[in-house]
Write a protein that binds this ligand. Sequence first.
Ligand code: FE
Length: 334
Amino acid sequence: MKSLKSRLLVASFAAVGLSSLALADEVVVYSARNEQLIKPLFDAYTKQTGVKVKFVTDKEGPLMERLKAEAANTPADMLITVDAGNLWQAANQGLLQPVNSATLNANIPAHLRDPKNLWFGLSVRARTIFYNNQKIKPADLSSYEDLANAKWKGKLCLRTSKKVYNQSLVAMMIEEHGEAKTEQVVKGWVTNLATDVFSDDTKMLEAIAAGQCDVGIANTYYYARLMNKSPDLPVSVFWANQNAKGVHVNVSGAGIVRHAKNPAGAQKLLEWLSSEKAQNLFTDLDLEYPANPSVKPDPKLVAWGPFKQNLINVNKAGELQADAVRLMDRAGYK
Ligand code: FE
């Protein structure tokens, strides 16, 4: 018969075993993406693997503040957010840890992930030119830079420079052209504005449809949603800069939290999110493009035709964000 002491020892080993099992079977995600965009994914992951995914959704600012405040006590294993500018901020504040994964390196192209592997793009958001197809021919269009040309005076609509999407676009232009040329372009845009800047991409696309302006710049998923609702609007997509570096792309993506309790589980989830099955779910829910190039986009997106992406690493959108904000301010872009 075993002594009480050894029985207690066995019991405590069992308890340790159970608690580590519970941890291994659960991943905690802080997400700046809405519940409706992530829950179907996590449900599919749980169904496939048995691993539970708990999540908290909020805007990226509060989530990052929370990670900082919780530090080593955070329950979070993974952070999901949109825009490389935001992912860069999280990495720059020391909130993420590097992930060395052959799967992620194979599934996600180099320009869509952090050079130090602190975060990985999971969907591609193309920010390109839209035009009123009753007023403009595609042959009239060429590049973001061309929208600064005097021929567009009083014909351009833009979303506010306060939105990170435009900060990222201008940051990538600084990387490509330098500050002086980029400032000239942004000043030209401001001179060409048909009306005050818009608070969101959808309102700007509606202004193009209404003939308030002829051209503008927006993310394609806003266009897809708008056309789902009102298929007769006279607005078309134009793939910008195809004779130059390509369309400005950005990402939604994820990284593993520096103080993750279950980094191995988080890595498995992140790898799964880059897989074909998850990429289809992830991108179809918000009509974005898959980051994994072997995955086909939603048929609605395929219908717009293929396009060349700008291959400059989207990390630059973060690195040069503060410079972009200052430049847009100097150029009078509100
Ligand atoms: Fe958006």
